[in-house]
Design a protein around this ligand. Structure first.
Ligand code: PGA
Length: 226
């Protein structure tokens, strides 16, 4: 199974910055033996989709609507995203915190994504969120990202020992075959610790904004496959 590296640009890049970032390192990313998933803001999705077309690079949205279609002003539905993205981040800690997203909402979003053939990347801050997600999710095919809140954007990654303890709990809840990424202050220097402990890849934000740092993380992931 290929390792997955997800870049979550959050609300950091405009249209021009998103496309320049991709144009500059697209060739390097294409050669990676892992799956690279870029999550731009909604506005940048069409242009970045055309830039990665025909390459091995995948796109993801940073969120999707809980509604399928209709009179929901300002929403971006999975119906509109279909064909543009392969993945969708769902339930990121910032969505749960700033936008009060509950497990119920997260489940609706995951179901909408699945219906349109988009793979949800469901973010979890702890095992108890995994438990409530699992109760309602049935058999949806998803990728999970374990992202402890204290590690997000702080430069303070969770200790690999603690993270691997949570990983064990998550595998018990979500199943031994679940694909689970680690996220939270990932850098090229610490990523190997999490891969060595059984994570299937990483979700990176701050370090993904810097092309050089991101390419270094990609090469560490590629190396650990050999
Ligand atoms: P960070 O963020 O890499 O900046 O810690 C991770 C995330 O929010 O997904």
């Amino acid at each position: 199974m290929k390792k997955i590296l997800v870049a979550n640009w959050k609300a950091n890049f405009d249209l021009h910055q998103s496309s320049e970032w991709l144009k500059e390192i697209r060739t390097i990313l294409e050669e990676a033996t892992i799956e690279v998933v870029i999550c731009p803001d909604f506005i940048s999705i069409p242009i970045t989709a055309s830039l990665v077309k025909g390459t091995s690079i995948s796109l993801g949205s940073q969120d999707v609507s809980q509604f399928e279609k209709g009179a929901f002003t300002g929403e971006v539905t999975t119906h509109s995203l279909k064909g543009l993205v392969r993945y969708a981040l769902i339930g990121h800690s910032e969505r749960r915190g700033y936008f009060s997203e509950t497990t119920e909402v997260i489940l609706k979003k995951a179901r909408n994504a699945t219906k349109e053939g988009i793979i949800p990347i469901v973010c979890l801050e702890n095992a108890s969120q995994a438990l409530s997600y699992k109760k309602g999710s049935g058999t949806l095919e998803v990728v999970f990202a374990y992202e402890p809140k204290s590690a997000i954007g702080t430069g303070q990654p969770e200790s690999p020992v603690k993270a691997s303890g949570v990983l064990e709990d998550l595998r018990e809840i979500l199943g031994g075959q679940a694909r689970i990424l680690y996220g939270g202050s990932v850098t090229e220097k610490n990523i190997r610790n999490y891969l060595d402990r059984g994570f299937n890849g990483a979700l990176v934000s701050s370090a993904s904004l810097d092309k050089e740092k991101f390419v270094k993380i990609v090469s560490v992931l590629c190396d650990t496959l050999i």
